[in-house]
Design a protein. Structure first.
Length: 354
């Protein structure tokens, strides 16, 4: 009896259908087929891959989107999943574009070691935090939009409506408008404006309640996932949640603190030429994580004596404020990485004190 040949799979993911392809270890194309994005379809895809030999790895496009559930099933069946970026425009112009070609390209990227990234598992407490924070973020955005609409409507309102409201602080303004009685004549501009303002104020209150509920749910989850992280100076529930989401439920996929800093766009890029030796801001990576690091840096610059001393020293050395903040974010990323990798982000409840 001979051993089964080793094969590599490639998956081009879509909303309704996933296109799969198989190549051998010499890069020869064996077959391609499409499968529905259903639980039964995922199992059919895996059985189809295994019918050609031993699956050493599968390159999947979009493991954080359309391919998330397929990646979970493959990992549950002990199949190595590799995150694959879609082919660039130059490659597509040279070789064409189709779902089978993209699936073969994903497998080729794994074989050539162009794709080596380990995707997030998305099956632990951090995934729960991501879902809740996503709703909170949209509620915050909608509340800000509602506040802006209220102020804009007051600005253009008739004087009898505008004058009593224009000097009120936002919180008091919302309470006043929510309990107001606008009248019953919608054809009157003043009455219609008052009606619109009351509806916007009540929407604002509803969104505030939604944000408060999300905060109440997120706080214990973040503390359970990273109890040491939330004790750091400047790290609040929201910043800790974002950094956990960036690292994922399997932060060990990040090989070093430098890779985490690069993921957070906190690793400065060299921009030297001739006699000029400098680094520039990295505008790639996860911008939300970079924003969280920026907030931590600002808090420490205001409240941490060591950080203030560092800022003063670097300022005397000729660094600009932007350069100093860039250095601080790099140091904070190094500190955060240690706490992320030393914490097990699972659904296991935290140990009780003796």
């Amino acid at each position: 009896m001979t051993d089964q040949p080793q094969i590599i799979g490639g998956i081009d993911t879509h909303t309704d259908v996933h296109q799969a392809a198989v190549i051998d270890t010499f890069g020869r194309r064996l077959a391609t087929a499409a499968f529905p994005t259903t639980p039964a379809g995922y199992h059919q895809l895996l059985d189809w891959l295994r019918s050609y030999g031993t699956v050493t790895a599968v390159g999947v496009e979009g493991t954080g989107a359309y391919g998330a559930e397929l990646a979970r099933l493959l990992r549950a069946n002990r199949v190595s999943v590799i995150e694959v970026d879609r082919p660039d425009r130059r490659t597509r112009r040279a070789h064409g574009k189709s779902d089978p070609l993209d699936a073969y390209a994903a497998a080729d990227a794994v074989l050539a070691h162009r794709a080596q990234g380990t995707p997030k598992t998305r099956d632990g407490i951090v995934e729960a935090i991501r879902a809740l924070r996503l709703v909170r973020a949209s509620a915050v955005k909608a509340r800000t939009q509602t506040t802006n609409q209220i102020h804009a409507l007051i600005t253009t309102a008739p004087s009898p409506v505008r004058e009593p409201l224009r000097a009120l602080p936002t919180a008091e303004l919302i309470r006043h408008l929510a309990r107001s009685r606008p009248g019953s004549d919608p054809s009157d501009p003043a009455c219609a404006t008052r009606t619109a303002l009351r509806r916007l104020a009540r929407r604002h209150q509803h969104l505030t309640e939604e944000i408060t509920d999300a905060d109440t749910e997120l706080r214990p989850l973040v503390t359970q996932a990273a109890p040491q992280l939330v004790t750091l100076l400047g790290v609040g529930t929201q910043t800790a949640a974002q950094l956990l989401i960036t690292a994922g439920d399997n932060p060990d996929r990040l090989k070093s603190e430098a890779s985490f800093a690069h993921l957070c766009a906190a690793a400065p890029l060299p921009a030297s030429s001739g006699r000029t030796h400098r680094h520039r801001l990295n505008r790639g990576g996860d911008r939300h994580a970079n924003s969280a690091l920026h907030m931590i840096a600002l808090v420490r610059m205001r409240h941490d004596p060591r950080t203030r001393h560092y800022v003063a020293r670097r300022t005397t050395e000729g660094l600009t404020k932007k350069d100093i903040i860039r250095c601080l974010k790099r140091a904070i990323a190094r500190e955060i990485y240690k706490h992320l990798t030393s914490t097990t982000t699972t659904n296991t409840p935290p140990p009780q004190d003796n």
